[in-house]
Write a protein that binds this ligand. Structure first.
Ligand code: BTN
Length: 236
């Protein structure tokens, strides 16, 4: 696994995309100390102060497997945090939370390098950043590993654990990936009444399950609906 280290990046996902276009090998990793244009899901900004862990892995992958890859990445982050002594929950699709506050996020983007398809797996962990490093409006919603533990962590060993966890849970082909069943165990929303914002509108109902493709199954008043992509509203 080749690891490219940067002090500052616009977005490690964007750096990884350029590397793929230039012929990088699968499982090339980009890590930065800080990002100036960190990206979250749905075009949102990912606030990326120094002290956090910002990493992207470029992986040769099929387009239709990206939702499961994305869930598996959230699981790998949760396992990594557990190794550090912090119990984390997953909010579909891949927000990583500690007692309801976001500690890490995952952004998987697809890319073609003809004839193959690639996934750019981006992970941001609020590791050594402090709550004071975040804008006031975010301080109630986020937490950091440092504030949970009361001491600094070593970002280099955090990265090592994360990459090892990702390799371990990375979905195989064929049967339902075991990552999905392990994901379900840590999923904070199953059985709850939720509202999911999707590109086709709002889906409301009970979060029933995560299917083998990584979609959220919701029991609505009109029957079961499988949601491929969306955001669960915070107060649902
Ligand atoms: C989210 O929760 O909305 C996803 C956040 C993903 C942030 C990571 S940090 C490393 C990689 N580079 C980016 O610009 N975004 C991802």
């Amino acid at each position: 696994m080749k690891i490219i280290r940067k002090d500052t990046a616009d977005s490690t996902n964007e750096v990884a995309k350029v590397l793929v276009a230039e012929g990088a090998e699968s499982w090339t990793v980009v890590v930065a100390e800080k990002q100036v244009e960190g990206k979250g899901r749905f075009g949102r900004r990912w606030f990326s102060p120094r002290g956090g862990l910002y990493v992207s892995v470029a992986i040769l992958e099929d387009l239709e497997r990206l939702p499961v890859v994305s869930l598996s990445t959230g699981l790998a982050v949760a396992l990594t945090l557990e190794e550090e002594g912090v119990e984390a929950q997953l909010k579909w699709p891949n927000d990583v939370l500690v007692e309801g506050r976001k500690i890490a996020g995952v952004l998987v983007e697809g890319l073609t390098r003809p004839p193959a398809y690639w996934g750019i797996v981006g992970v941001g962990v609020n590791s050594n950043s402090r709550l004071e490093d975040y804008p006031k409006e975010l301080r109630e919603e986020v937490t950091t590993l440092r504030s949970e533990l009361g001491h600094r962590v070593d970002n280099a060993s955090l990265l090592e654990t994360l990459l090892a966890s990702l390799k371990e849970v990375y979905p195989g082909r064929g049967d339902e990936p075991t990552a999905v069943s392990r994901y379900r165990e840590r999923c904070a929303i199953l059985g709850k009444d939720i509202a999911v914002q999707t590109v086709d509108g709002m889906v409301r109902g009970i979060a029933l399950d995560i299917n083998p493709s990584g979609f959220l199954v919701v029991e609505t008043s009109d029957g079961e609906v499988e949601v491929a992509e969306g955001t669960i509203l915070p107060d649902s």
